[in-house]
Design a protein around this ligand. Structure first.
Ligand code: AMP
Ligand code: ZN
Length: 113
């Protein structure tokens, strides 16, 4: 997608604070962190949101969760972490490229607001 912010970040056309990258996923620090650790993990492929996950593209989602576990281990997030994907306007999705927030370093409330 030519005009997608996260596609541009994944292609390196817009700078980001990269945490991890491989052939299919890209992870970077959120520009407006909501916790001491706030990393976004995205597929390099443009998928609009969790509502667009299907049989043909779901393998990358499994790989994103493997990546989250790897990052959590590497960063020693032993006290716990939260993974969130906002889907659609009512959930507060502001960037229409599938992304998973990996949050850690503080306590989180439940249910979320
Ligand atoms: P959401 O609101 O769930 O769609 O999440 C989008 C996230 O992207 C927000 O937490 C923003 O702070 C973050 N964000 C927006 N632009 C950038 C950027 N250029 N680099 C890093 N994070 C960004
Ligand atoms: Zn995109």
């Amino acid at each position: 997608m030519d005009n997608c912010l996260f596609c541009k970040i994944a292609r390196g056309e817009i700078p980001s604070s990269k945490v991890y990258e491989d052939e299919t996923v890209f992870a970077f620090n959120d520009i407006d962190p909501q916790a001491p650790v706030h990393i976004l993990i995205i597929p390099k492929e443009h998928i609009k949101s969790a509502a667009e996950i299907n049989e043909s593209n779901s393998a990358v989602v499994a790989h994103i969760f493997e990546t989250a576990a790897k990052i959590a281990k590497d960063k020693g997030l032993d006290d716990g972490f939260r993974i969130v994907s906002n889907c659609g306007d009512s959930a507060g999705q502001s960037v229409k490229h599938l992304h998973f927030h990996l949050l850690s370093g503080r306590d989180f409330t439940w249910p979320p607001g």
